[in-house]
Design a protein around this ligand. Structure first.
Ligand SMILES: Nc1ncnc2c1ncn2[C@@H]1O[C@H](COP(=O)(O)OP(=O)(O)OP(=O)(O)O)[C@@H](O)[C@H]1O
Length: 263
């Protein structure tokens, strides 16, 4: 694959560039006050290249989840700007933000968050049903085949393995062709084989379908599926790595004081 995507560092020099699916410009987030004050994000500027798979890594407490939540409009920033496409999230009212999250963003969490009474297919199309949108059947078929769920569409979550449930959650995120998918430790609850399958599907959806995915992970093996890794410490992006391998990511992580990495 030819790497023509803008690098994350380009976001500094070209904050208006159109090749980023999402951008943060000098965002800060502080929790608490006085002695209890924590600077979770310290003037972070970053661009998430369109049609690429980006992993975010860093020690526990470095601000990964906060960065993801702020970029996905799930949490507000104290200063700076966040863009999804050309839309500045910091200027939206609550209702507009809810609509943007529904229409432009897909989410995959560690917990699969499926509705237990619905079938796999009903779970996949639920966000579109709620939004009153008809799924594009051809696209839906492609997504279902990509995640290998065709024989399981009528099963309820309790009749599916953890890996299959997370595949349903991936398909649900992909089904509406969102501008960007945010995945927070998507393989954290899976055994290594199911985790590898899910990561393979995520990578395929980027390579074959042009999806943009950002994934927070503690696992260098998971990060190795990405096209690039952003390293966060103390609320700042301190490094990026293109075409990562698990070994190189692990080596880089050893430079940080971080207890959670699996060797
Ligand atoms: N709601 C909150 N109130 C106070 N402090 C918070 C809150 N949420 C996060 N923090 C603090 O902000 C910092 C960044 O937290 P964040 O969850 O983003 O880190 P992380 O890199 O995702 O950590 P982990 O890998 O352990 O999940 C941490 O010091 C955390 O304790």
């Amino acid at each position: 694959m030819t790497n023509t995507a803008p690098s994350t560092a380009d976001a500094h020099s070209a904050p208006g560039a159109g090749d980023f699916a999402a951008r943060a410009h000098q965002i800060a987030k502080v929790y608490g006050s006085g002695d209890a004050q924590v600077i979770a994000l310290d003037s972070v500027t970053v661009g998430i290249p369109r049609g690429r798979f980006t992993a975010i890594m860093g020690p526990s407490g470095s601000g990964k989840s906060t960065l993801m939540h702020c970029m996905a409009g799930l949490d507000s920033v104290d200063s700076g700007q966040v863009f999804i496409g050309d839309t500045d999230l910091t200027r939206l009212r609550d209702k507009q933000l809810t609509r943007l999250r529904r229409d432009k963003i897909g989410f995959i969490f560690q917990a699969f968050n499926l509705v237990p009474t619905l079938t796999a297919l009903e779970n996949i199309t639920l966000p579109m049903d709620i939004a009153g949108r008809k799924p594009d059947q051809q696209w839906l078929d492609a997504v279902i085949d990509t995640v290998g769920l065709r024989p399981r569409l009528k099963h309820r979550p309790s009749e599916l393995s953890g890996g299959q449930q997370q595949r349903v959650a991936c398909a649900r995120a992909l089904a509406s062709r969102p501008e960007i998918i945010f995945a927070d430790e998507p393989t954290g609850n899976l055994d290594s084989r199911s985790g590898a399958e899910v990561l393979g599907f995520l990578r395929d959806s980027v390579r074959k379908m042009g999806q943009t995915i950002v994934m927070v992970t503690h696992d260098p093996n998971a990060a190795a599926y990405a096209d690039q890794v952003l390293f966060l410490t103390d609320g700042q992006i301190v490094d990026t790595m293109a075409d990562p391998t698990a070994e190189r990511v692990l080596e880089r992580m050893k430079g940080f004081d971080q207890p959670g990495v699996k060797a």
